[in-house]
Ligand binder design. Structure first.
Ligand code: TXA
Ligand code: MG
Length: 336
């Protein structure tokens, strides 16, 4: 007998009535999957520890992996974190938007949110529908990406429905995520040494330009060193179930010669006639578009019957770092 597991989740449009309903769900300690400009998140009242525990349970996430807290505006950051002059400068340039700051936490933040760390990660998101919910609820919302722990992050409401639909009831619709990779995380506890812990849409150069000082890259995320890091040291994975390998360059002729069971994922549409096993992330090679399409293409390929996905690295700096970081992590689990 085939056992079918029924989804309990429903997708809600961002109408005023629905926003009010979902705000009440959050105020009462429930979970709501929310659209953000980066990826969809799974949100709960950040100052309600019971509610935050539900996030870990729904995702199957270990409690030693801390959550990001989302607030409507800079003034609310001060309620949960100790700020410093650099926060204001960065907020002016990048908030609302895909930048997360790690700051010393205030006592009101439950330790489940920060995995017992004395710091908290916080950001002001720009997605208009999510902002409506933040405003209506009046809450700070803890929200990791809305995927089962270890799987590819979701960039549409359907992705959330497919992978968490049996665990959660409420999904807020906000269309496909515009950035497509998670926020840049900047550790700002030491103002003399701002350090990127996770590369994202906001680049090291852009941060340095605004701060007028050097911004460091945590060695685990640095592109030049990433190949040297043992996969087991990479704490996060964004892995499809299909084994994924990455290469510096792909060629159409190699794709044609390879097994038809291998899917070849190019950054830019290759010149020539594509075979059934060749795919690309952007027709022109535009890296913002590549980032936007990356997770949804990985999910799409993962739902096919490929025995392996062979993906090409992005070249260059800036957002290429974030793309390659996610590809490396997606591949890491498989090469353990
Ligand atoms: O774009 C994003 O940041 C998305 C959307 C939903 O906002 N969120 C997201 O959350 O990517 P998540 O849980 O997938 O990643 C959170 C990561 C943790 O795995 C950890 O690496 C880092 O943020 N983090 C959280 N709190 C931290 C802290 N106190 N110190 C250092 N890193 C922290
Ligand atoms: Mg995540």
């Amino acid at each position: 007998m085939v056992k079918t597991i029924k989804s309990i989740a429903r997708i809600y449009s961002g109408s005023e009535k629905n926003i009010a309903l979902l705000a009440r769900v959050l105020q009462k300690g429930g979970l709501v999957a929310v659209p953000t400009e980066t990826v969809y998140g799974l949100a709960a009242h950040a100052l309600d520890k019971k509610a935050c525990h539900k996030i870990f349970k729904a995702k199957g996430r270990p409690t030693n992996d801390p959550l990001i807290v989302h607030v409507h505006s800079l003034s609310e950051v001060e309620i949960i974190a100790e700020t410093n002059p650099l926060v204001k400068t960065l907020a002016k340039a990048f908030w609302p938007g895909p930048l997360t700051l790690v700051l010393p936490k205030k006592p009101c933040v439950p330790s489940v949110v920060t995995s017992n760390l004395p710091s908290v990660a916080v950001r002001v998101p720009s997605h208009p529908v999510f902002r409506k919910l933040l405003k209506k609820s009046g809450l700070a919302l803890a929200a990791p990406s809305a995927n089962p722990f270890g799987y590819v992050s979701p960039t549409t409401s359907d992705h959330v429905l497919l992978s968490l639909g049996t665990k959660i009831e409420y999904i807020l619709e906000g269309g496909p995520s515009k950035v497509g990779v998670e926020s840049t995380i900047l550790d700002l506890r030491d103002t003399a040494k701002p350090t990127i812990l996770r590369p994202g849409g906001i680049t090291q150069k852009a941060l340095e330009k605004v701060l007028k000082q050097k911004v460091y890259l945590n060695h685990k995320s640095a592109p030049s060193k990433i190949n040297q890091v043992a996969p087991g040291l990479l704490t996060n994975h964004y892995s499809p179930h299909t084994p994924l390998v990455i290469k510096n360059r792909l060629s159409l002729s190699a794709a044609k010669k390879s097994s038809p069971n291998n899917a070849w994922l190019f950054i830019k549409k290759p010149k020539g006639i594509l075979t059934k096993n060749t795919f690309y992330l952007s027709r022109s090679g535009n890296l913002e578009e590549v980032a936007r399409n990356l997770f949804s293409k990985l999910r799409y390929l993962d739902s096919g019957k490929w025995s392996q996905i062979i993906a090409e690295k992005a070249s260059g700096e800036g957002i290429a770092l974030a793309i390659n970081d996610r590809l490396m992590r997606a591949a890491a689990k498989r090469s353990l």
